[in-house]
Design a protein around this ligand. Structure first.
Ligand SMILES: Cc1cc2nc3c(=O)[nH]c(=O)nc-3n(C[C@H](O)[C@H](O)[C@H](O)COP(=O)(O)OP(=O)(O)OC[C@H]3O[C@@H](n4cnc5c(N)ncnc54)[C@H](O)[C@@H]3O)c2cc1C
Length: 382
C-alpha cells in the first residue's frame, strides 16, 4: 500500500492532478450546486478504485491517512479542477465516528460499505423546532425487544433522497435532562415507515429534504455509543463536520473566479478593489494554515476541541465576502442570473452568492459558533 505521506509534495500533487484531469467528468467541473449521487457515482468509483476516496481515514481502514500538508494539497487539487462535492458525509463524519465509538460489528459492516459507496449517509439531526437548540429534539426511539421504534420528523436533511442510510439523534429517555436522554442511531432508509420529501431551495435545487419516521423499527445493534449518551457522539460528529466545512476549498474557488474577472476587467489597477481583494486573499492563506492545524489534530487522534468553531466561522464568512465582492466586480452584469461573459471570462455571479448564503447556518450557525467560543474557549460568563 502506497505511503502518500512519504512522497514529496510535488510528486503527490503531480499524481493527483494527472488522475483528476484524466478521470473527472468535464461536464461536472465547477457546478454551482450540490451534485447528486447519480452524477457523482462514476467518479466515486474511480477514487475508490485508486484508494483515494477517504483522505482523512487511516490506511488500516482503507483510507489514505494523509497528514495535514498532503490533505491541503488533496483539497487544492480537487478545487483547482472544479471537482464537485460528493455525498460525502459517510467519509467525513460517519467513518471517523464509527472508528471512535462504533462496535466491532458496526465497523466491520459499515466502514467498507461506506468506502465503496454502497452506503451513502445523510444526517438526521435538525427538527422543525430543534435547530440551534438541537437538544430540544422530539423524535423518540422506544426500546421494544431487540429494536427501537422510532417516531418523529427531521428537516433540512441534505441529500436524503440520494442516501441509503441516515444517522439520527432520537430521544430515548423523556425524564432525563435534555442532553442526557438522547441516543445516536443508524437506520437503513428502506425501512418501512420512513418517508422522504424533498424541499426546493431559493436557487431552485432540491438539495435537502424532510424525513418522517412512522413506527420505524431500528435494530438495537444500530445504536452507536451508549444508550442515552448519544449527545457525546453527536458533538464529536459535529466537530468533524466543522472541520470538513472549514476547508479552504470553496472560498478558494470563489477567489480564483474573482481574480480572473478582476484581471479581465482591469480591476487590479483600482486601489480600492485591490485593498479588499488582497485582504480576502490573506484571510484565505490564514484559513489554509488554520485548517492544516486542525487536520493535524484529527490525524493524531486528538479531540478537535471547541475552537474548531473558529475554523467554521472563518471559512464561511470569508467565502461569503468573496462571493459578495464577485457580484460587485461584475457591476450591472453581477446581478443577472446565469452565466455572463465579461471581457472573455464566463462567470456565474449569483449562484456562488446563493450557494454561500446558508453556509453560516448549516453545521451550526455563526451565532452559535461564537457562543461556543465565548463559553468554552474564552470562558466568558453566559
Ligand atoms: C443548506 C442547509 C443544509 C442543511 N443540512 C442539514 C442536514 O443534512 N442535517 C441536519 O440535521 N440539518 C441540516 N441543516 C439544518 C441546520 O443545521 C440548521 O438550519 C441550523 O442548525 C439552524 O437551525 P434552525 O434552522 O432551526 O434555526 P434557529 O435555530 O431557529 O435559528 C434562527 C436564528 O437565530 C439564531 N440563534 C438561535 N439560537 C441562538 C442563540 N442561542 N444565540 C444567538 N443566536 C441564536 C441563529 O443563529 C439563527 O440566525 C441544514 C441547513 C441548511 C441551511
Amino acid at each position: 500500500m502506497t505511503d502518500w505521506n512519504a512522497m514529496s509534495d510535488e510528486a503527490f500533487r503531480r499524481e493527483m492532478r494527472a488522475f483528476i484531469e484524466a478521470e473527472y467528468p468535464r461536464e461536472l467541473r465547477y457546478i454551482l450546486r450540490r451534485a447528486r449521487w447519480d452524477e457523482m457515482k462514476g467518479w466515486w468509483g474511480k477514487l475508490y478504485g485508486k484508494g483515494w476516496i477517504a483522505p482523512n481515514w487511516p490506511r488500516a481502514e482503507g483510507g489514505m491517512g494523509l497528514d495535514a500538508g498532503k490533505m491541503v494539497i488533496y483539497l487544492e487539487e480537487m478545487e483547482r479542477y472544479g471537482v464537485a462535492r460528493s455525498p460525502d458525509q459517510g467519509i467525513t463524519q460517519v467513518g471517523p465516528i464509527l472508528m471512535q465509538f462504533g462496535t466491532e460489528a458496526q465497523k466491520r459492516h459499515y466502514l467498507p460499505r461506506t468506502l465503496s459507496g454502497e452506503c451513502i449517509w445523510c444526517q438526521g439531526y435538525s427538527e422543525p423546532n430543534a435547530g440551534s437548540d438541537l437538544a430540544s429534539l422530539q423524535t423518540a426511539a422506544v426500546p421494544e425487544g431487540d429494536h427501537f421504534v422510532v417516531n418523529g420528523q427531521k428537516i433540512w436533511t441534505t441529500l436524503a433522497h440520494d442516501a441509503t442510510h441516515i444517522y439520527l439523534l432520537a430521544r430515548t429517555d423523556r425524564q432525563a435532562k435534555k442532553q442526557q436522554g438522547i441516543s445516536f442511531l443508524l437506520a437503513d432508509l428502506k425501512t418501512p415507515g420512513i418517508t422522504i420529501r424533498p424541499i426546493r431551495n431559493i436557487a431552485g435545487h432540491e438539495e435537502f429534504c424532510e424525513v418522517f419516521f412512522d413506527r420505524v423499527r431500528v435494530p438495537r445493534e444500530n445504536l452507536v455509543g451508549k444508550l442515552n449518551e448519544g449527545w457525546t457522539v453527536a458533538k464529536a460528529l459535529l466537530s468533524f463536520e466543522r472541520l470538513n466545512i472549514g476547508s479552504p476549498r470553496r472560498p478558494q474557488y470563489a477567489l480564483r473566479r474573482l481574480e480572473m474577472l478582476a484581471r479581465a476587467k482591469g480591476l487590479l489597477d483600482d486601489p480600492g478593489f485591490v485593498d479588499r481583494f488582497i485582504a480576502l486573499k490573506l484571510d484565505l492563506e490564514d484559513l489554509a494554515s488554520l485548517y492544516g492545524r486542525f487536520v493535524g489534530r484529527a490525524k493524531r487522534g486528538e479531540p478537535l476541541g471547541e475552537d474548531v468553531s473558529m475554523l467554521k466561522i472563518w471559512a464561511m464568512e470569508t467565502w461569503q465576502q468573496l462571493t459578495e465582492l464577485l457580484i460587485e466586480a461584475g457591476a450591472e452584469e453581477g446581478v443577472i442570473a446565469g452565466v455572463r461573459e465579461i471581457a472573455g471570462v464566463e462567470t456565474d455571479f449569483l449562484s456562488p452568492f446563493y450557494y454561500a448564503r446558508p453556509a453560516t447556518i448549516y453545521g451550526g450557525s455563526s451565532e452559535i459558533q461564537r457562543n461556543i467560543l465565548a463559553k468554552y474557549v474564552l470562558k466568558l460568563p453566559s
